[in-house]
Each structure stands twice: as C-alpha cells, then as structure tokens.
Design a protein around this ligand. Structure first.
Ligand code: CP
Length: 292
C-alpha cells in the first residue's frame, strides 16, 4: 500500500493486518521502521482529534514531524494544493496527511507526487482512518463485525465517516442500517423512526449535525432534533445490555446525544479516540515500510 485515501484501497486482509498491528502497538510493541522518515500534517479544515492523533502516532513511531499551518501557508497567496505538495516533495517530505474541504482532492496527487498521501478527511467523501479506528473499537468489543447490527444515526448525507464506514462495515460482514431525516439520507436507504431500531442494534453510532455543510438551512431546532433523532436517556435504556454507543466526535451534547451519555458505561467515544493513535501508527508504518 503506497497511499491511503479511501477504505476501498484496503482489502479485508489489509484491514485485519492493520487491526493486528494496532493491537501490537497498544500492547507496547515499537516501530520496526529502518529509516528516519519526515512527515507533515496539512489540515485545511478544522480538526482536534485527527490532527493531534496523527501527530501522536508519528511521534510514537519516532518520525520527524514538520509543522504546517494552513492559515499561515502560501495557499493564502493562491498556491494550489498540488503546488504546495510539490514544494514539500522538493524539500524531502516522505508522507503527508491531508484534510481538505474538496471531495476527492487526492485525485490530483496520488500517482503524481512522491510523498505518500494519507487522507485525513475529504469534504463529505472519505475518512479512512476514522473508519479503521471505528472497526478496531468494535472488533475490540465483540471480536468480530460479522453479523453485528450497526446503526448509524444522523446527518448521513454530509458525513464522510458514514460513507467510509458503510462500505467497510458491510465488507466485514456487519449489518449496517441508517437512521436520519429524509432531507439528509443522500444516496443511502434509511429508516426515519429511530425507536424502531434501537432494541436490536449492537452498536449505535451517532453523527454530528454538520451545520457548516447545510448552506444556512436549519430544518430542526436543537431540542426538536434531540427528541426525534438524538440518543436520549430514554432511548439508551432500551438498548441491548451488550450494546455500545459510538460517535466520531466532535459531539454536540444535548443534540445528537444526551450530555449524561457521553461518558456512560456503554459509551466508547473516548476509547475510539485512544484507539485512533494505534490505528494511525499501524497505517503510517505499513505505508512507509512499503518504501524500504
Ligand atoms: N473525528 C474527527 O475527525 O474529529 P476532528 O474533526 O476533530 O479531527
């Protein structure tokens, strides 16, 4: 694997290889990379988790990490993404993690530039390392995704997490279903009554309402959305005993999830973030090893 821009880049065997390596890192194994590689994280959209988690993963792998601040870069003087990447190639970067608001921004880079491209999120398209850390978290919980009923709830149409997970979860044998208002279903088949699917779900994955992608339209007031599509305390009480709550975060307390549930016993939200570091270590190592 030379780049990772979409979950479709990964075979089932490669996904399992990443899970096993993430677990090995979690258990204390250290990197077996032979060279001192230099990487950078180019985030043109806001991020707390993905950016910091990649940086932590890179430091744990003993990589050189060059800081890049999109808001102080020459992209503000009109330099294109392609030209920015060529600059970083020229000065010797080996791998770049990129988050960009444009869907499929990577198409103009992959195969045309030397640094490996790792997608940290493209518009509403893909978020492969979020998908991998979600898979790892479910795998850690149940030992498999096979036949697990995973319900993804919320702003599906604007969610790169939903898109990446829909493909990958299904390939791993999970039964994936979507719950959302009809306005936000996009290309997915979705049910609109959340209460119909709670009791038999093994995983409830709540999504953030992405107001920044709604062109100013607000079809729901916060409390109205919470009552219709939010994980309320009443709904949590109807969940299976073994079922877990996930959310890629950032979460809006009191909108898609009741504030009291964010850190409840069945919430794996902070576990997902913890797992992200190990999964990203495994991805970066796999890509850089391909260059040795
Ligand atoms: N889950 C996720 O991508 O969070 P950030 O936007 O904070 O990176």
């Amino acid at each position: 694997m030379n780049n990772l821009v979409s979950m479709k880049d990964l075979s089932i065997d490669q996904i399992h290889e990443i899970l096993n390596q993430a677990q090995a890192f979690r258990d204390g194994n250290t990197s077996s990379l032979k060279s001192k590689y230099t990487v950078s994280n180019l985030f043109f959209e806001p991020s707390t988790r993905t950016k910091m988690s990649f940086e932590m993963a890179e430091r744990k792998l003993n990589l050189e990490v060059l800081p890049f601040e999109a808001g102080f870069s020459s992209t503000l003087k009109g330099e294109t993404l392609y030209d920015t990447v060529k600059v970083l190639e020229s000065i010797g970067l080996d791998a770049l993690v990129i988050r960009h608001e444009q869907n499929n921004y990577f198409e103009e880079l992959v195969g045309k530039v030397k640094p490996a491209i790792i997608n940290g999120g493209d518009g509403t398209g893909n978020h492969p390392t979020q998908s991998l850390l979600d898979i790892y978290t479910i795998w850690q919980e149940f030992g498999t995704l096979l036949d697990k009923k995973i319900t993804i709830v919320g702003d599906i149409n604007h969610s790169r997490v939903a898109r990446s997970n829909a493909d990958a979860f299904s390939r791993l044998g999970a039964k994936v279903q979507f719950v959302c208002p009809s306005e936000w279903k996009g290309e997915f088949e979705a049910v609109h009554e959340f209460d119909e699917v709670i009791e038999d779900s093994d995983v409830l994955m709540m999504l953030r309402v992405q107001h920044e992608r709604h062109d100013g339209k607000k079809p729901f007031a916060k409390e109205q959305y919470h009552q219709m599509y939010g994980l309320t305390i009443e709904r949590e009480q109807k969940m299976k005993k073994s079922a877990i709550i996930m959310h890629p975060a950032p979460f809006n307390r009191g909108v898609e999830i009741a504030s009291e549930l964010v850190e409840c016993n069945r919430s794996r939200i902070f576990k997902q973030m913890e797992n992200g570091v190990y999964v990203r270590m495994a991805v970066i190592e796999m890509i850089l090893k391909g260059r040795e």
